[in-house]
Ligand binder design. Sequence first.
Ligand SMILES: [Zn+2]
Length: 349
Amino acid sequence: MLYPRDSLKNTAAAGISEGYETFLSLCAHELFHTWHVKRIKPNVMVNPSLTLENYTNQLWIYEGFTSFYDDATLVRTGIIPAQSYANILAKNITRLLRNPGRVDQSISRSSFEAWTKFYKQTPDSTNFIVSYYNKGGLAALCLDIVLLQQSNGQANLDTVMRLLWEHYGVDEVGTPDHVIELLCKQYLNINVESIVHQLAHSTIDLPLPTLLPTIGLRLAVRPAIDVNDKGGISKATPCPVAFGAMYSANPVGIKLTQVLIGSPVACAGMSRDDILIAMANYEVSQSNLINLLTRFTQQASVELTWLRDGRLCTGTMPIQSALCDTAEVHVMDEAKFNAWAQRTLTFPE
Ligand SMILES: [Zn+2]
């Protein structure tokens, strides 16, 4: 595992830095794979031909569940406090909200297309594909809460992991596509077919706003503060005008590194790698873009000027209200959250 040294534990500083938190989460992720992927695995991965691509719909179960357990382990073991876990969730939800591909592709489809799409990504891929890691981890959290609800607190995702181990992991029997529905029905007498369909096989948004309050958390959404805002609680005032691209500083203007499909800047005609140099003839820079956008709040549109391959281009960008694509997760009921995070493992009979 490779990791930047400045994100490792700084013994001179109090608490845990965000970089070290991510490092610990990554360690938990890879350790979890010792069971979940190395032993419990999809049926096509039991005796795979290493010379062929092996297709499976199930990566959302493997990378998704593991992505859920990596962060959840940090709060369940007391390494990070409740609000830090809530902030991690907020960032994961923000990533999903800013991923236009989530309305085109389900996570089971994304699993199947890992060979042809997920591992052949370009900067525009976010417009067409969804991550079975990112959405898969959040779907696992939803499934955990639904199982708690449907079993009156007697079962949760841990119970399903235990069943996966007993029935598929111990003897390294590969899992079929509908393994979660099968195990829940057969051993817990819970029908999860419709919720699994929604979470894994559809592009309907995850039911996080209604599920999170049952574990003491509240989800709120707001526009981004700036290009560095990855989600989480902020008291700063968001930019009221939508832009719709990621960008980096350039000696002149800003260089677009990713343009979201259907966004105002895409409507103006701009694409990735274009260099935006002016807005209504005012020079644009990384530091003044938000300020400039805010000036045009009351207008219907604004003229953009950019460079593409050394040629000057112009286009009209419609002024639209900023999208609420940034999540905040608040710990509203600490006792309820702790009951979820500090639960004891329940094992099936
Ligand atoms: Zn993994």
